[in-house]
Design a protein. Structure first.
Length: 172
C-alpha cells in the first residue's frame, strides 16, 4: 500500500487510504469499474457529482468510519486497488512494442482537456479531443503527460433568474 498523498484535505480512516490514490488517478473519468465503490461511500454525493475526490471530501467522517468497518466494502476496495495496480504495472501496447526504446515522456500541450463532465476543464470539441487523446495514450501505455492551464474559474454556466433573464455563473 502506497503513501497517502499529502494534499488530501482530510484524514481517512485506516483501511480507506487507497481511496485517495484512486480518486487522484483520473482513469475514473473513463473506466467505471470503481463507480459502485464510490456510490457505496456516499450515494447522494456520487449521484450528484460523479467525482470521487468530491465524494471523499464531502462525505461525513461518520460515513467514512462506517464504510471503513464494512468487510464487504473492504473486499471491493481491495479488488479495485488490485485492478488499478495491475493496470499501472502491466506492459500495455507501447511497452510491448517499444520496450524502452521510445521516448521516456511526451508532453502534450493543450489549453483544455475534456476528461469528463465532472471536471469542467473544457469548453468544446477540441478539449474533448485532447481528453480522448490522453485517455487512449494511457490505455496504450504511451508515456504522455498533459500540460494545460488551471483556471481559477470554470467556464460560465448560464441559468435563468426569477424574472426569466439569463445569468452567467462562474464556478470556482
Amino acid at each position: 500500500m502506497g503513501r497517502m498523498p499529502t494534499f488530501l484535505l482530510r484524514p481517512l480512516p485506516v483501511g480507506l487510504e487507497p481511496l485517495a490514490t484512486l480518486a487522484l488517478d483520473l482513469r475514473w473519468t473513463w473506466s467505471h469499474a470503481g463507480d459502485a465503490v464510490w456510490r457505496q461511500v456516499n450515494p447522494d454525493i456520487w449521484d450528484r457529482t460523479h467525482n470521487p475526490w468530491v465524494t471523499l471530501q464531502e462525505s461525513s467522517q461518520l460515513r467514512l468510519d462506517q464504510v471503513a468497518q464494512d468487510p464487504a466494502f473492504q473486499d471491493e476496495l481491495q479488488c479495485l486497488q488490485a485492478a488499478h495496480q495491475q493496470y499501472l504495472e502491466d506492459p500495455a501496447w507501447y511497452g510491448q512494442v517499444h520496450a524502452g526504446a521510445g521516448p521516456r515522456r511526451i508532453a502534450y500541450f493543450s489549453m483544455e482537456f475534456g476528461l469528463g463532465e465532472s471536471l469542467p476543464l473544457y469548453a468544446g470539441g477540441l478539449g474533448v479531443l485532447a481528453g480522448d487523446y490522453l485517455k487512449t495514450a494511457s490505455d496504450l501505455g504511451v508515456p504522455v503527460v498533459g500540460v494545460g492551464l488551471l483556471y481559477q474559474e470554470g467556464y460560465s454556466r448560464q441559468v435563468l433568474d426569477a424574472a426569466g433573464r439569463p445569468q452567467d455563473l462562474y464556478p470556482v
